[in-house]
Write a protein that binds this ligand. Structure first.
Ligand SMILES: Cc1cc2nc3c(=O)[nH]c(=O)nc-3n(C[C@H](O)[C@H](O)[C@H](O)COP(=O)(O)O)c2cc1C
Length: 187
């Protein structure tokens, strides 16, 4: 195994979903560098369907408020306020959407897959720079007001999720099944 192979494998294995971030927001230039690298994801027919929306204070506040209201409506005001507090502490916010072509289910599926590849590229690129992330697809990311906050038409765009990012406060442990449980070798 070459040093390059070992370091690529290490980033893939060691990247973790981060739940707790330090307060400092990573520099925007670093995030843009990682997005630029992420766009080298595979994409069928070269549709480059991914769109990255870097949220600023106003748009973050709008999403935090929308989520708090959704949680309050389903679980009560106290739960809504807990979420508001927790989400207010997240340092970096990226929304990822996929351009949607009406009446083409196969293309939509393939474009969504390409966006997922781009998010993983982005997560790995950020991780290699010491920045952790969490990909989240909570109900708020499909709400019409969420699309409105991003300035998007919900018919022409699919939400792929939010990617929260920042410097990890703690890095959780994870497990994966042994490879022989997930690999079938055919004759
Ligand atoms: C499409 C997708 C959606 C996800 N949505 C959420 C989410 O809403 N909330 C959450 O806590 N984690 C979410 N995750 C992260 C997973 O929980 C996480 O990847 C899993 O626990 C494995 O941890 P690891 O990424 O550290 O290996 C999502 C991951 C993917 C791929």
């Amino acid at each position: 195994m070459t040093d390059e192979t070992a370091s690529i494998d290490r980033v893939i294995r060691e990247r973790r979903t981060i739940n707790n971030f330090l307060p400092e927001r990573p520099p925007v230039e670093t995030i843009i560098e990682a997005i630029d690298a992420a766009c080298w994801a595979p994409n069928h027919r070269q549709t480059e369907p991914w769109r990255f929306h870097l949220l600023g204070p106003e748009s973050i506040a709008a999403v935090v408020d929308l989520n708090a209201r959704l949680v309050a409506a389903s679980k009560g005001d106290a739960a809504g306020e807990v979420k508001r507090q927790r989400w207010s502490e997240i340092p970096g916010w990226l929304a990822v959407t996929c351009s949607r072509i009406p009446d083409d289910a196969l293309r939509e599926q393939e474009d969504y897959a390409a966006c997922c590849c781009a998010i993983q590229n982005l997560s790995l690129s950020l991780w290699s720079r010491g920045i952790g992330g969490k990909w989240t697809t909570g109900a708020v990311t499909r709400h019409p007001d969420y699309f409105a906050t991003l300035g998007l038409n919900a018919e022409e765009n699919l939400s792929v999720g939010l990617l929260w990012y920042g410097y990890p406060q703690t890095v959780p442990e994870q497990r994966r099944r042994p490879v022989d449980e997930v690999l079938v070798q055919l004759p």
